[in-house]
Design a protein around this ligand. Sequence first.
Ligand SMILES: Cc1ncc(COP(=O)(O)O)c(C=O)c1O
Length: 382
Amino acid sequence: MQVPLLDLKAQYAALRDEIRPAIDEVCDAQYFILGPKVTAFEAETAAYCGSKAAVGVSSGSDALIISLMALDIGPGDAVITSPYTFFATVGAISRVGATPVFVDIDPVTYNMDPAALEALLANWPGRFAGLTPRAVMPVHLYGQCADMDPIMAVAKQHELAVIEDGAQAIGSEYPSADGTRRAGSIGTTGCFSFFPSKNLGGFGDGGLVTTQDEELAEKLSQLRNHGMNPRYYHKMVGGNFRLDAIQAAVLSVKLRYLDEWHAGRRKNAAHYTAAFEGSEVQTPTMAYADSGVEQPHIFNQFIIRVPNRDAVKAHITEKEIGNDIYYPLCLHMQECFAGLGYEEGDFPHAEQAAREVLALPVYPELTEEMQNYVVKSVLEAI
Ligand SMILES: Cc1ncc(COP(=O)(O)O)c(C=O)c1O
């Protein structure tokens, strides 16, 4: 049996009759960049995320870059983040000329450990003399929010902005002391990606920045269009970070199904978790499951941990089961960041995760038969 890691064709088949007319509308209007489809999608996603404003941009990477630009973060500034994330998180910090500074992850959730953040800042500058900490960039990895209350408290104490990298976690809920909050509605900005493999995936690249600060939203929307306001007058240097109308049209249709898809993924995750119980396979922990929030995890990825990961990967690949390693090499160990001066052993939890994690198919259209085949094949390898 073949089981792909993700099957977007199945999703498209179910929505084709809604998506094609939405694209046709854009073609008929010949209004391809920003415009009414993007404005409508921004209002819908702001409401969905529980944010006052949303600004559609060209990708999740650009959402991070433009957030940093809007906060005037650049050379001489430090942005504290996780060494265990997709490259774009850290790449964005470098792209604006700021310096990424890492803290280790919580080994259970794979998200930034707030205690490590607190310790770093309590001892600042340590080896970071000459750098000013300006922002924290927690990542809501795999679809579960980082522990935001303590992160926000430390950020407030040290007057830091908080840029949430919610690329994998749109709609994921966090039980804050002041009520249930969705990813991207807590920090200074929230950044999202509509890369096709995300739970809300476009027909190409796309991204979004959310914020509760309407003045900042205005600045972000000018920056995404070369800092222009009014037309051909520029008080700031921005860039071309605009969202296409076709993406917005597709995403507006898909947004209506998003919570249903999240629920399907959670159901599949629960099935795996039950099936692997008692084995050596470590399944994901839903840190907020008992808090009463409805969407404690959106399972953009279902990640298992196994000590003989490479052997398990080889075996299930042979069995034609899609799988992947997110991520095999931590960011502090990447060649392009050698100049930051980190060494192997600096972030043991992140490094151990990189050796042990394996993503299994969890998309909502997966059948029980397919899941049982995945479980059987993983267990065979163990
Ligand atoms: C955690 C994280 N941050 C940022 C990004 C960048 O998003 P994009 O690929 O849309 O630029 C991604 C997705 O690829 C991601 O997973």
